[in-house]
Design a protein around this ligand. Sequence first.
Ligand code: DX5
Ligand code: ZN
Length: 227
Amino acid sequence: MAQINPSILSADFARLAQEAEAVRGADWLHVDVMDNHFVPNLTLGVPIVESLARATDIPLDCHLMIEQPDRWAPQYVEAGAGSVTFHVEAAAAPVRLAREIRAKGARASMALKPATPIEPYEDLLPELDMVLIMTVEPGFGGQAFLDIMLPKIRRTRELIDKHGLSLWLQVDGGVAPSTIERCAEAGADVFVAGSAVYGAGDPAEAVRALRAQAETAAAGAPWACKH
Ligand code: DX5
Ligand code: ZN
C-alpha cells in the first residue's frame, strides 16, 4: 500500500492548519526541519511542530535536516511527531538514537543524502521503521528528481527483503506524476511530494492521483509479490 506524504515546505507557512486540511486523505504530513547548518536553509522547529500536531489529525512525519540530531530528535517525539527521521551523516550514534525515538513512542527513520551509500548501514536496518533515500540534495523544494538514485532505491529494497524486514522505504525530492512510477517500481512505498501536491489546483486530488499511480506501478514490480 503506497503512502503519500505531502511536504509542507511547499505550503503557506502562515496558514499551516488550513494547508493540512487541504491534503485531507494524505497518510502523513511531511515536516522539513532545517537548521541552516546541515543544509543551507532555515525552516521551523519544535514549537511549530507542537502547534501543528494539535491543529491536525494527520500524523506528522518530521524530517530533521539538522546537526546534532542525537540532541534534538527526542524533542520532536515529545512535540507530537509520529515519525522522526534523522540524517545518518549527522548522527553521532544512530543505533542509540533510533532506540531512543522508538522508546519515546515514535517511528524511527534514517535518511541518506544522495552521495551516502546504503550498504554500510545494512546491519542497522532492524533498528529502524523507515529508511529515507533522498532523491535531491536536501535543502529546498522544487528541485529536479535525481534518476541516478534509482539503483540505490532498488538495492535498499533488496536488503530489506533479504532480511525479511517490514520497514518502509521513503523517497523525497522531485517526486511527481512523471517520476513516482519509477520510484515505486524500484521499491519505494512512502512518497514525499511538496511542489507536486501544493502546486496542484486541488492538493487532495493530487494526493489521490499520486497514490493511484504508485500502486499501479508497484503492482507490476518484481518485489511486490513478496509483500
Ligand atoms: C527537500 C525536502 C523535501 C522537499 C521536497 O530537502 O526534504 O521534503 O519539500 O519538495 P519537492 O517535492 O518539491 O521536491
Ligand atoms: Zn523532506
